[in-house]
Design a protein around this ligand. Sequence first.
Ligand SMILES: *Cc1c(COP(=O)(O)O)cnc(C)c1O
Length: 352
Amino acid sequence: MISKLAKSLAPYVPGEQLNDRRYIKLNTNESPYPPSPAVKAALDAFDYRQLRLYSDPEAAELRAAIAEANGVTPDMVMAGGGSDEILTCAFMAFFDAGDNIFYPDITYGFYPVLSRLFRLNPQTPPLDGALRADIDDYMRADGHIVTANPNAPTGIALAPSEIERVLAADGRRLFIADEAYIDFTEDKSCAPLLKKYDNLLIIRTYSKSHNLAGMRLGYALGAPALIDALRRVKNSFNPYNLDRVSIAAGAAAILDAPYLRETAAKIIKTREDTRLGLEKLGFEVLPSEANFLFARREGISGGQLYRTLRENGVLVRYFDKPRVSDFIRISIGTPADMSRVLEILKECEEYQ
Ligand SMILES: *Cc1c(COP(=O)(O)O)cnc(C)c1O
């Protein structure tokens, strides 16, 4: 009964959601802070009786808010149920089976999963020894490119000026910049390039810097022709992709820019404090501009670090893959969460 396609899939593995005890959960890059008070106000004002009616397939209210927050027009915005849904639409809108797709060998795990689902032909230029991307690998690419910027799980960002070289080199080649963590960087967004280039698609999520992972909201910014292609795909499998509650909450959240900046700034501060703490314990920490740190300590495997933290009530992630298996990825929680992490890692050093 099962299709060859379904049998061949290698689905995405999310961070664990363990319930056997209370954990400090630092394994899926969620925010430690609640959504904006404007979201609460929107939810309180929401009339549940409206749920009798289908939602707006164009999500006009939400797209207008996203457009305003980003200084673009609504025809340059597509909204979806998490950026994973937007990415899925993009894979269908811009690739045919057998097409090349370029992404780094170490990056967000959803790209290989989707490449398999849509039978694409992945080309994966390796990150260098410092786990940085070499932009020249993409200058030569004969196919569209997708990358997280900052990259995951390294947290390292490319400069928009480097990405601009790729955009300018070939206007028929699409560059998809997945800016899930962009609010934790300093000026690394490609958004200013949207005015100049029609071959740039930016994808953003509400799950990290908007403190709304539980709501499932994401969006794309790009030239109207690209957005129209995404909309055609979306309307071919889930026209009412966003519910009425998400549309209202999403509009309220993005218009509260001061709150978003304030929580992102707190997380950046905690990230830098944690970096220093880890370095004092002898860890090598990559120069992350995201809401997580990717770190390793000589003589201990990523698996060991992960298990030690879990036994002590903290969940982080490690990736049992060549070149990164010594690292753990620690999402940035509250300052108290991070003190606990450092305390556990310090003890584990003392037993060595
Ligand atoms: C978390 C993450 C996403 C997924 O975000 P959702 O909006 O929750 O689907 C997409 N891309 C990257 C790089 C991420 O880290």
